[in-house]
Design a binder for this molecule. Structure first.
Ligand code: 5GP
Length: 190
């Protein structure tokens, strides 16, 4: 997706050969026009997948997920990282090791929002080792729902997450595929 590649080239900051900072348009400040284009693109790519719900993780997945849900006309659920006093029922949950924070946390969704007739599209900001995606897939399966596919804004293809999801047979669409971050330069798989 050319507009996203351009934005990453112009405003992304390579923090190391493993980590890309995109807080100018995705992870802190949000570019709504770009988010709308991202939502339109995911909606086009998954138009024939029978999606009934979108699932993401708070906070950075919410913006692209909502724009995709708007275009597809389906609800968006974000897995919560913190237990809320208002979430009192038995939750669907999974542990996820955070690549950027290097800590393990639990993410949870209320079973009221997912059921066995749902076909769920997972949306996330980054795909690195795939821990966040695998946690969401686990929650979707606990609900008895099926996975329609995964839409990733930025995939770091040099890490293992994409290969694992491909091996599991999931339909994965990444709008930017980063081949390397070596020497402070972002190189894409075109
Ligand atoms: P994974 O679970 O696939 O290992 O990592 C994906 C999650 O870690 C994403 O939800 C994202 O929040 C975070 N993440 C992974 N790599 C990066 C990165 O290079 N930059 C930023 N900003 N977040 C990342």
């Amino acid at each position: 997706m050319e507009a996203l590649h351009k934005k990453i080239r112009e405003e992304g900051i390579v923090l190391s050969d493993q980590v890309l900072k995109v807080d100018a348009f995705l992870n802190h400040q949000i570019d709504p026009v770009l988010m709308q284009q991202i939502g339109d693109e995911f909606a086009r790519l998954f138009a024939d997948s029978g999606v009934t719900k979108i699932v993401t993780i708070e906070a950075s997945g919410i913006a692209p997920a909502v724009m995709t849900g708007l275009k597809l006309g389906v609800p968006v659920i974000f897995a919560r990282k913190h237990q809320s006093l208002t979430l009192t029922e038995n939750l669907l949950s999974a542990t996820v090791y955070s690549f950027t924070k290097q800590t393990e946390s639990t993410v949870a969704i209320s079973p009221r929002h997912l059921n066995s007739s749902d076909r769920v599209l997972v949306i996330d900001d980054f795909l690195a080792n795939g821990k966040a995606s695998q946690a969401l897939i686990s929650i979707i399966k606990q609900a008895g729902a099926s996975v329609a596919g995964l839409g990733i804004v930025i995939e770091k293809s040099f890490q293992g997450g994409r290969a694992e999801l491909d091996a599991q047979g999931y339909h994965v669409e990444s709008l930017a595929r980063v081949k390397s971050l070596t020497d402070g330069v972002v190189t894409f798989i075109e």
